[in-house]
Design a protein around this ligand. Sequence first.
Ligand code: UDP
Length: 466
Amino acid sequence: MAKTTHIAVVSMPVFSHRASIVEFCKRLLHLHQHFHVTCIFPTIGTCIPATTTLFESLPPNIDHILLPPVKKEDLPQKVPPLVNLQLAVFKSMPFLRDALRSLCSTKPLAALIADPFANEALEIAKEFNLPSYIYFPTSAMTVSLLLHLPTLHMKVSCDFKELKEAVQIPGCIPIQGDDLPCDFQDRHCLAYELILQRCKRFSLANGFLVNSFFEMERSTVEALKEHNSTHVYPVGPIIQNTEPSGDSNLLQCKKWLDLQRPNSVLYVSFGSGATLPQRQLNELAFGLELSGQNFLWVLRAPSDRADRAYIDAANDDPLQFLPNGFLERTKGHGFVVPSWAPQTQVLSHASTGGFLTHCGWNSTLESIVIGVPMITWPLFAEQRMNALLLTEGLKVALRPKFNENGIAEKEEIGNVIKSLMLGEEGKVIRQRIERLKDDATNALKEDGSSTRALSQFGTQIENFQR
Ligand code: UDP
């Protein structure tokens, strides 16, 4: 019998990153059955219910350790939530070191895999003499940009949003400055300083695992391989498939979707924690009404900070923030779900024909794997770049226009929805995403590109161990 190869995996305290790395581990273990994984999770405050379900559903060959929670009170008050998440991970590193020490005392570790937002772990891996890898739950284009940032930082002296010309990264479509991730927008803020430090640290890794697939980002992956001495493994698309058992939202969504015509429903969701400001929420509601199309909307209480709920989820009933009479007027063709829906199940339902998404990478991949055309509505992080890839690169989505105050107005929303669900443009996009879906399926087959990449990764770990 083959000797067990034990790997430690470090994530960050955001549902989507945790869920993605767990699914990656499941796939790795499926392919390399003598591997064993211990997932180490830095934590902050209490978990959202989906995270609890995720931990409870871990298979026996994935152990997990929750590091002592960082208290929100111990984090600075005036910095953006996504920056605080990074500071929380940083504060957790001494606990990670303790956890690794204790793991190594019982069974030798073969490697460590870290989330890009927990890449301080690369330095700790060195202390333990462990080969280390980054699992990027992002596009290859985002990986290219992150690896390229230290060079861009030296070349460009103004803020990126002021650049007249698009940024050209080898193998990627040109990116306008204001489509770069939000942390890049102000070179003098803490968010930028942190991301720059993080990008410089990537050079410590022995390899990069990327949740994308060769056929979808061919030129980017080729350029990544050409311009980096580090191994690059495109292993995706890896999407969530934890069935939320006995979930009442699942039953209700399914019941409602069962009553609708095939491909007639637009699913509207902004990921695991994003929120809209009240004014935008109103415009979206009116836009959905104006479109006359069926919709299933996952609604969260509004906030002026789109990323607030990643640290501080509001407990208010979100339905109270809808325009007066909205639920009555849209009864029959609209269904509003408070806070959370079983997304992959909703997207897989035959009635779902479109997805209005904030372009988080997991949502993006889920839509591609299931073959649902999209409307892009990026909010923060690298979502504008994902939107660019979907609209300009892959051409499987429509992008509404936002006015000078950053608001998408109801008429614009209504028109874009009609174009996607009823128009000629929508039809062409639907055909394209069907082809991309086939590519995604093929990449994951036994002899597919992503399966081969994952297998090569496993072999490399085993070689290190020998
Ligand atoms: N998700 C879900 N139900 C919801 C909202 C989100 O199941 O109501 C899942 C979704 O399927 C995806 C993840 O949460 O796997 C969101 O990840 P993404 O990268 O799209 O966005 P983020 O949460 O990081 O902003």
